[in-house]
Design a binder for this molecule. Structure first.
Ligand code: BJW
Length: 302
């Protein structure tokens, strides 16, 4: 066992302790070099913005298991049901605003750029990280896609599309939400800049006249940007997960991969997660409170 400096949550405060952890080869961090910090966020970081998490609502939407509406099979069987689900999600996300945790991450990456190279991987599709990033510094790697994009099922061309095709009562009521910013809406990649044809009330792609689907990674599909993510996890000095239950793979395996490659790993979550063996410091509590505190502590250490 070796003794090493660690950040731990202690009596509600975050403080510095020396804690014993099994001997591993930690990547050397000399105090003058810039540290690489990789962050993975999940639905819990957006809970205080009013967006419900997946497993907190028992994984159910209108009595459908999320696995039943977030799969390619569900889309093939009943595209309208799937589009009702994603229209609701677009409306809810566009009404939400970034909270203290989103804002603190964006500010930290900008203000601490001399000391930390920060990378953000998000499983969330709600666009709240982008909307918190007033400094244009912390572009998230959206592993599970994004609510403000749709994709042609023919040729896979991706378009900006923030339309809700159904309202919250499930009635057909197409109209834009404000998930896309004015620049995205003005671009040729914005779906509704085209004269669209529709099938069963849903738009067909301008490129192939095929069905459009949400640009979301469903169960059984390959997550996006894995070729970027794996090298980041391999070179991270610090890896932090925030508000994720650690049950959905491959993201659930990132703590292990980062720790095995020498990163100091931290988990900020309301409740313990299954990857206990791969967490150096567990900070229990709400993201809106603990993330800004944690980043303050890191700042003082650098
Ligand atoms: C707070 C808080 C607050 C609350 N503050 N904290 C058997 C074994 C292993 C794997 C598999 C298996 N069978 C199938 C698989 C694979 C499958 C999988 O993992 N299934 C599991 C359910 C078992 N995975 C896949 O199919 C993935 N693809 C894949 O593996 O391809 C193979 C491949 C991989 C790599 C390379 C090549 C090939 C695709 C997964 C797609 C996931 N999609 C979803 C839905 C679509 C997005 C959408 O519509 O929004 O993504 S599922 C859903 O879960 C969503 C989320 O991004 C994802 C993760 O959920 P998250 O974010 O962790 O949320 P919750 O609700 O689970 O947890 C919130 C946490 O926050 C809780 O712990 C709370 O306590 C906490 N919290 N409030 C702090 N205020």
């Amino acid at each position: 066992m070796v003794s090493r400096k660690a950040l731990v949550s202690y009596g509600g405060e975050i403080c510095l302790l020396y804690k014993s952890v099994p001997q591993r080869s930690y990547r050397k961090m000399d105090s003058h070099s810039k540290k690489i910090m990789v962050i993975l966020t999940g639905a819990g970081i957006s809970a205080e913005s009013g967006l419900s998490t997946f497993r907190d609502s028992d994984g159910l939407w209108e009595n459908h298991r999320v696995e039943e509406v977030a799969t390619p099979e569900a889309y093939l069987k009943d595209p309208q049901l799937v589009w009702r689900f994603y229209s609701m999600r677009r409306i809810q996300a566009s009404r939400a605003t970034p909270n203290a945790a989103h804002l603190a991450l964006a500010e930290f990456s900008y203000k601490q750029a001399e000391n930390f190279e920060v990378y953000l991987i998000s499983q969330n599709v709600d666009c709240l990280h982008q909307r918190a990033d007033h400094y244009n510094r912390l572009e998230p790697i959206n592993l599970h896609g994004s609510l403000h994009q749709s994709r042609c099922t023919g040729c896979e061309t991706i378009y900006f599309d923030d339309y809700a095709y159904f309202d919250l009562d499930g009635n057909y009521a197409p109209g834009p939400t404000n998930l896309c910013d004015p620049i995205q809406r003005a671009s040729m990649d914005y779906l509704h800049n085209y004269k669209l044809e529709y099938r069963n009330f849903l738009p067909l792609s301008p490129c192939c006249k095929e069905s459009m689907r949400p640009h979301i990674v469903w169960f059984g599909e390959v997550p996006l940007y894995m070729d970027k993510i794996i090298p980041l996890l391999q070179k991270a000095n610090i890896f932090v997960t925030i508000g994720t239950s650690g049950v959905v793979y491959p993201a659930a395996g990132f703590l292990e991969l980062a720790q095995r490659n020498g990163a100091h790993t931290i988990c900020i979550n309301r409740e313990p997660i299954p990857q206990n063996n791969y967490i150096d410091d567990f900070i229990q509590g709400s993201a809106g409170e603990k993330v800004p505190l944690f980043l303050e502590t890191l700042k003082k250490l650098s």
